[in-house]
Design a protein around this ligand. Structure first.
Ligand SMILES: CCCCC/C=C\C/C=C\C/C=C\C/C=C\CCCC(=O)SCCNC(=O)CCNC(=O)[C@H](O)C(C)(C)COP(=O)(O)OP(=O)(O)OC[C@H]1O[C@@H](n2cnc3c(N)ncnc32)[C@H](O)[C@@H]1OP(=O)(O)O
Length: 175
């Protein structure tokens, strides 16, 4: 797959430029998918507040094993819904490795079917439900060790070019 930096047109932020220059889509055969940024809140190994999500390809989709911990408490023993959303958003992001295009979250919807418990193992899965031009319609589940689905999520990611990450001033978009 190509380098994301092929279309770089310049940036005022050297950190962003570095990220763009070094970003690679991994070979399609590799099951392990790397974090897209070391400080990412979802998957970055260098972020002390992060989830350090570790994601693999699984068929046409991706999957991960994850435990929320005491940093992610909402009510006692239960993970904060925002922490769950963070992890699902990041998991969706890993599908971009299977698409080979850069995209960002435009819409994220979550059904919290049952509490997600702290210090408890869960399996997360995501796949591309449909693609319509730039629009990627994505679906995900979180399942406990008894094969009960505790959370479902859908997302719309929109494919963007690299300039999206190099532009320092974005105008709001209205629907
Ligand atoms: C932190 C970012 C990291 C991203 C990394 C990317 C790639 C790296 C590759 C692999 C990485 C591995 C893991 C990644 C891990 C995590 C990823 C986290 C992802 C995020 O956390 S990312 C941050 C949050 N995200 C944003 O920061 C976006 C802010 N936003 C914008 O920057 C603009 O909003 C933009 C550019 C998205 C779109 O702007 P735009 O102007 O190009 O698009 P426009 O509005 O025209 O809509 C186009 C068509 O979508 C239709 N449409 C719109 N909304 C709809 C809805 N709700 N339902 C149904 N259809 C809808 C319209 O109706 C139209 O349809 P049509 O074309 O048919 O008319």
């Amino acid at each position: 797959m190509g380098k994301a930096s092929d279309a770089v047109s310049g940036s005022s932020d050297p950190d962003v430029e570095d990220w763009v220059r070094s970003f690679r889509f991994p070979e399609s055969g590799s099951p392990e998918l790397p974090p897209h940024h070391p400080n990412c809140l979802g998957c970055g190994p260098a972020n002390p507040h992060g989830h350090r999500l570790s994601v693999r390809r699984c068929g046409d989709g991706v999957h991960a094993h994850h435990r929320f911990d005491s940093r992610h408490v909402g009510a006692p023993t239960i993970a904060h819904g925002g922490a769950v959303a963070t992890v699902l958003d990041d998991l969706f992001g890993f599908l971009l490795y299977t698409v080979g295009e850069l995209a960002v979250t435009r819409h994220l919807a979550i059904d919290y079917l049952a509490p997600v418990l702290l210090d408890t193992p869960y399996t997360l899965r995501a796949h591309i439900h449909a693609r319509d031009g730039r629009k990627l319609h994505l679906r995900a589940t979180i399942e406990n060790d008894h094969a009960h689905v505790v959370t479902t999520a859908t997302a719309l990611f929109l494919i963007v070019d690299i300039d999206h990450f190099l532009t320092t001033t974005h105008q709001p978009h209205h629907r």
